[in-house]
Design a protein around this ligand. Structure first.
Ligand SMILES: Nc1nc2c(ncn2[C@@H]2O[C@H](COP(=O)(O)OP(=O)(O)OP(=O)(O)O)[C@@H](O)[C@H]2O)c(=O)[nH]1
Ligand SMILES: [Mg+2]
Length: 421
């Protein structure tokens, strides 16, 4: 079969610079740079960029009147086929901008959703993305361009166009309902797996962090997982779980999760709730930070805020300043919400032992090495130790059996009267 090559979109990126540099919602230079990366990730060709200094975006057209005209002319002369705005647009803003410029218009959220749609592999991931897309589209139907409800628009406010809109709405509601049902079935399966892990005392560490920070590379380092780790945004969508061998033999699992980014559409967070639960319910969070990125501090803030909004603030959090092979030296204890921190390079392996040590200490059920002397009269305790396979060294002496072993708190308490060191 022939597949016609997808035409490359020629894009102009648009944003408003409010000057309020300390708020994360502002369209700063970094946010525009990120929009650039996102557009590139979606395989667009960026032909221009337009930023207006303004207290806040205009309600009707986002840009002011003069800037709109400038945008219209620029779009014409550059042959732009798509305008991407850095903030979420309303349905009427989309409609107004499109009819003024004659160019299809989307916003940052739509772009992120589009990238997610390209990346989704698992059934769960696909459902989550579609759900987020539909919920995003619903209040914007009348402005959504040709895909859904263009028929009849512009002729009159009622008539066939309106009817089409209504049936589109109904259709979307039905679809949302059926997707939510499917998702809750998958969720039930996930819960079952989780309760099995809990029953087996499997401890869980979840990798969270800004997109492209190196989460998957860390997972691969520890577990030879072969998860796609790429220099691109949102390489990972599905949570990947791998066995983590802790030095004291405890059963651990490490989970890789979807990356965060500023201005992540809230419908997306909502739809990804079930996968993000893997992080929410983990014993320890590992916040992976790209310390070579000049925007490191903003990115830490974005992730901290998301951790907080997921209700995980009180969790034990290990901050991992990754990519230390190419990063400038980190100041002692950089700002952020975490219990411990470590500088590593998942690429060269530097600091990774220390990270494993921190995980070992932070995960529940930690074992420590003790030495006990068990009198020959207590054969039950000796048998118990042999069964639980925790013995490192054993020797028979006049007073009893001398055993060096790894013991968790419960076992330590039980052996207390025999402990010699
Ligand atoms: N120099 C250097 N590059 C690294 C290091 N760790 C990861 N990278 C690179 O950073 C890029 C992103 O790594 P990933 O592991 O895919 O990042 P991620 O956090 O999983 O990203 P998403 O899945 O997109 O959220 C890749 O090109 C890696 O090779 C490191 O320690 N040093
Ligand atoms: Mg990844």
């Amino acid at each position: 079969m022939h597949e016609t090559e997808k035409e490359i979109e020629k894009v102009i990126l648009c944003g408003v610079h409010t000057g309020a540099l300390n708020t994360l919602d502002d369209t700063t230079d970094e946010s525009m740079a990120e929009l650039f990366e996102l557009a590139k990730t979606a395989q667009a060709e960026i032909v221009g960029e337009m930023v207006q200094n303004k207290d806040h975006p205009e309600a009707s057209t986002y840009f002011g009147e003069g800037k709109m005209e400038e945008l219209r002319l620029a779009a014409q002369s550059l042959g732009a086929t798509l305008l991407i705005f850095d903030d979420e647009l309303t349905g009427s803003q989309i409609r107004n901008i499109e009819s003024y410029t004659g160019v299809r218009t989307i916003d940052r959220s739509t772009l992120i959703l589009d990238i997610f749609a390209q990346r989704a592999i698992s059934k769960e991931g696909k459902i989550q993305v579609e759900l987020a897309q539909l919920k995003y589209a619903l209040p914007r139907l009348s402005g959504m361009g040709t895909q859904l409800s263009r028929l009849g628009a512009g002729i009159g406010t009622r008539g066939p166009g309106e009817t089409k809109l209504e049936s589109d709405r109904r259709h979307i509601h039905r679809r949302i309902h059926s997707l939510e049902n499917e998702l809750s079935e998958i969720q039930a399966h996930r819960n079952l797996q989780r309760s099995r892990r809990e029953k087996d005392n499997v401890v869980v560490a979840a990798l969270v962090g800004y997109t492209n920070a190196g989460k998957s590379t860390i997972l691969n380092y520890f577990t030879q997982a072969d998860v796609l780790a790429e220099n691109m945004l949102f390489a990972t969508l599905d949570p990947t779980m791998r066995k983590l061998s802790l030095p004291d033999g405890r059963n651990g699992v490490i989970v890789d999760t979807v990356g965060f980014i500023r201005k992540l559409p809230h419908h997306l967070i909502e739809a990804f709730k079930s996968t993000l639960d893997e992080a929410v319910l983990a014993d320890v969070l590992v916040h992976v930070i790209d310390s070579s990125n000049p925007e490191m501090h903003t990115q830490i803030k974005v992730v901290d805020e998301l951790i907080e909004s997921l209700g995980c603030r009180a969790k034990r959090i290990i901050a991992v300043f990754n990519k230390c092979d190419v990063a400038p030296l980190i100041s002692p204890r950089p700002e952020g919400n975490y219990t411990d921190y470590v500088c590593v390079s998942a690429k060269s392996g530097e600091g990774m032992d220390k990270l494993l040590e921190l995980l070992h200490d932070a995960l529940p059920g930690k074992k420590r090495e003790i030495e006990v002397l068990i009198p020959y009269s207590d054969s039950r305790t000796a048998a118990l130790l042999h069964e639980s396979e925790v013995i490192i060294e054993e020797s028979y002496e006049a007073e009893g059996t001398r055993v060096k072993l790894l013991a968790d708190e419960a076992l330590c308490a039980r052996l207390e009267k025999y402990i010699v060191s």
